[in-house]
Structures are given as structure tokens and as C-alpha cells.
Design a protein. Structure first.
Length: 144
């Protein structure tokens, strides 16, 4: 794990703070140790982008629990009106989330029903990438 002063980690924290509504950021945040995710979220107030944006830390933390349980995150117009996205985690050989793959599109083309169908394909792509990085089965994620 990078040191807290690592420039890459600092950049990641700023990026997450700037856009906690993006599904790939939510996936990364969901799989961080709780102390680290709380450190990121406590840096400054959460900004509202739309009526669907999480603005309370407690609300976002509950959502992040759901992300970990289901293995993917959905952005249902949280960062921009008319935009939806879904993301799933990519794990490295140590079991840490190092990236996320996402699918983004306008609500007119990416309905919640279509997202539900795409999740299977997206999670399989993440399993494939994770496997190539040396990740092995984890019962909580279902990845190999």
C-alpha cells in the first residue's frame, strides 16, 4: 500500500473527492479500508451535482456497502442529469482493487433495465482482467 504522502494516492483522493458520484470512483472507494475512505470523505463537504447526488457521508457509506455486496456501482444521474453509468472493480494479485471498468451513456440509451443486463458482461470483463493480473477466487466478489 502506498504511503499516505504518496503523490499518486493524494491525486486519487482529490479525484474521488471531486467526483464521488462517478461509479468507478464509488467502486474504488467502496473497496478501500474504512478508515481510508472516511479520511477521503471527511476532507471537504460533498458537492451536489444533481437532485440524485449523495450529499451526506452516512448515505454514501450505506450505498458503498451495497456496492461491495453486489460487486458493482451504478450512477443513476448522480453526477449529471441525463447520464447513467455502471462500474465494476478490477483486482490485482493481492486482492486489492486497483481500477474499475465502466460503461457510461445517456439515459435514453442506458436504461436501468439495460444496465441490469450489462452488469453480467461488465463483471465478466473485470474477472478476466483481474485474472490476468493474478487475482484468484474470492467468495465475496465471485471473481476467480
Amino acid at each position: 500500500m502506498p504511503a499516505p504522502s504518496d503523490p499518486v494516492l493524494q491525486a486519487l483522493r482529490q479525484w474521488i473527492l471531486a467526483a464521488t458520484g462517478l461509479p468507478d470512483n464509488k467502486v474504488i472507494l467502496a473497496y478501500l479500508p474504512q478508515q481510508e475512505s472516511m479520511g477521503i470523505l471527511s476532507k471537504r463537504p460533498m458537492r451536489r451535482y444533481t437532485q440524485h447526488t449523495f450529499t451526506e457521508v452516512s448515505e454514501l457509506l450505506a450505498h458503498l456497502d451495497k456496492v461491495r455486496t453486489q460487486g458493482y456501482a451504478v450512477n443513476a444521474e448522480e453526477s449529471a442529469e441525463g447520464l447513467r453509468a455502471v462500474a465494476a472493480p478490477v483486482f490485482d494479485h493481492t486482492g486489492k482493487v486497483i481500477a474499475a471498468l465502466s460503461i457510461t451513456g445517456p439515459t435514453s440509451r442506458l436504461s436501468l433495465e439495460r444496465i441490469a443486463r450489462l452488469v453480467t458482461v461488465l463483471k465478466e470483463a473485470c474477472r478476466s482482467v483481474s485474472g490476468r493480473l493474478g487475482y484468484r477466487t474470492n467468495k465475496s466478489t465471485g471473481y476467480r
